[in-house]
Design a protein around this ligand. Sequence first.
Ligand code: FES
Length: 347
Amino acid sequence: MTQIFYLPDENLIETENANTLLTAALEAGIPHTHVCGGNARCSTCRVLILDGEEFCAPRTPEEQVLADQLGFEPCIRLACQTMIARKGKITLRRLSLDADDMAMFFDQASKKSAPSLLGQEKHVAILFADIRGFTTFSEALLPYDVIYVLNRYFQRMAEVINRYGGTINVYMGDGFMALFGLDNPDRAAERAIRAGVAMLSTLEELNPSLEGLYQQRLRIGIGVHYGGTVIGTIGDPKNPKMTAIGDAVNLASRIEAANKPLGTTFLVSEEAYIEAKDHVLVGQSFQVDIPGKSGKYTLYEVNNVTPSTNGKEFGILPSVPEKRHHLSSVKRLMTALGSWLKRLIGK
Ligand code: FES
């Protein structure tokens, strides 16, 4: 029989069968937050072992990775990974324990929280876009005009992103992040790259009217990366916002920023390129340092994509211009039919 004394609950539990500290707590009904579901991917289940460390098994490789990353002392353990090695008494303190943690625990236990609310690991394509020199652009405009230009730009870009099955998840000033592959992982990187190319041509359609109104054009930089993220909802629980967190997101943002020093417009990571290489026409490649990361990263400049049926192969909605094209074809057909009827009646 193993005894575990939980602080701050001051609860002594005895367990025969539990194999980890987390399962022992859960079996005894002790609230113990475990956001990633016990997979060594968060650290919310961490405990401070005050006594009886010798009754716990050494760290699992997964726990070791996380402990190294977060600089844990030997006495800080992940409850979900800490196996009970042999019988004895362990005294520990749960470290994640405020009222909100408790509420989250009870929601999790009663399955009220959807997994996505707490976080779900997914491979997605992440697209970052940013307007180049927007501060200079906006300085020459009245604030209402700036709002007007941004709204037109965001509206057109959102149409493109949606057409390729992506979603804009975050707006940051004049930039945004869009995710591809949240619901449908099929060809996510290819769809993100196709969306990026379509964004550039849509911007070329928008620019003449901006030039007419403000004698200025918009230029953008785009970066795409494909990698593992944790998708979850953040913010006010009454109005939660879905977002992606993780190294892959930071990398995508840095790839977009690399356009400026490299003098390019659209860069993708090697991972994104490998995923979509049969459909992407690239130009130069660059070996770059990414701030905050070690080693060199290979980035590819995207020149174009192979012809597609405008997203129909992905089961994606036709673009607005294409819809307009269908409408004008119908109109032309009706006009021709009208003339033919007139000629028939005239005879
Ligand atoms: S529950 Fe996430 S690391 Fe233990």
